[in-house]
Design a protein around this ligand. Structure first.
Ligand SMILES: C[S@@+](CC[C@H](N)C(=O)[O-])C[C@H]1O[C@@H](n2cnc3c(N)ncnc32)[C@H](O)[C@@H]1O
Length: 280
């Protein structure tokens, strides 16, 4: 329960377009390394196909994209929600046909990618959005696609960034993705040493990954009961509920009929489960 309460308090600040744009306008970008992060460079140096479709969401100043271009990659997309930043990037990469720069909310973006690079984007989102992140990542990847990058393995006093642990990431991504790699990062920059894991999560194309809105859960005990009931449905492989109890991610062998989900939680009339959309 402690974590959920903490999150509700910490997330009172709206981490929306206005918030992020204000950070770039005021030049308050403490996350910005001024150069490519060494673990991301290692990932890029090991890529073989220079034409693979690469997305960097929440791209910030995009040193990774600069390095990809220098290294001969031809199909790079970077996106960010902050207009001031995206205007700067558009000028910085003007005339380069190997890169697309998109101003948008990641959750509304459409496309198909072989590789999505994660670098301090996941940790910038409120933790209640993590189930939505997994859902969206699964949608954006080609069948053989993967997420590669770094995730924090620590908690922070001041948020964002929002931290996490290996156990939490496994519970969140399992079944929708095969966890090919999640190990302590050996070449983090010194301030992040021993606090990052390098990840490689391969999309599992043979499962249905669906996101639902949920109403009526008020505590983590109820959350566990709901999770157990949904997990017992034939075909369900993983259930993950958001920290504010408003979203449920279900991974299953095939999409579960909504009436079966509604029936499973009908033991409490407060509970309402519906299919989520990108905007809720
Ligand atoms: C902590 S910064 C990291 C930037 C960059 N990845 C880096 O490592 O320097 C998080 C970035 O995510 C962007 N962002 C936050 N929410 C977003 C969303 N919903 N869709 C797209 N970008 C978002 C912010 O504008 C910001 O540039």
């Amino acid at each position: 329960m402690g974590n959920e309460k903490c999150c509700v308090v910490q997330c009172e600040r709206n981490l929306d377009q206005e918030y992020w744009d204000a950070q770039y306008k005021a030049n308050v970008t403490g996350w910005d390394l001024g150069k490519i992060a060494p673990p991301i460079k290692t990932i890029i140096d090991n890529l073989k196909d220079k034409n693979c479709r690469i997305l960097i969401p929440g791209c910030g100043n995009s040193y990774e994209a600069e390095y990809l271009i220098e290294s001969g990659f031809t199909n790079i997309t970077v996106l960010d929600i902050a207009p001031t930043l995206v205007q700067n990037l558009t000028e910085k990469f003007a005339g380069n046909t190997n890169i697309k720069i998109i101003l948008c909310d990641f959750f509304t973006h459409q496309g198909v990618y072989d590789l999505i690079i994660e670098q301090t984007f996941f940790c910038a989102l409120p933790p209640r959005m993590r189930q939505k992140y997994v859902w969206k990542m699964h949608q954006l990847l080609a069948d053989s696609g993967k997420i590669a990058g770094v995730l924090f393995q620590k908690q922070f006093e001041v948020n964002p960034p929002f931290g996490g642990s290996k156990e939490e990431y496994i519970a969140l991504f399992q079944k929708a993705f095969t966890i090919v790699k999640m190990e302590l990062c050996e070449n983090s920059i010194p301030p992040r040493a021993n606090s990052e894991v390098v990840i490689e999560f391969k999309k599992n194309p043979d499962v249905a990954v669906n996101l639902y809105t949920f109403e009526g859960i008020t505590c983590s005990g109820c959350m566990e009961n709901v999770s157990d009931k949904l997990a017992q449905i034939n075909g369900v492989m993983n259930v993950s509920i958001s920290t504010d109890f408003s979203k449920v991610l279900i991974v299953s062998t095939e999409e579960i009929d909504l009436t079966a989900l509604q029936f499973a939680v009908s033991y409490d009339e407060k509970y309402k489960i519906k299919k989520a959309t990108v905007t809720n």
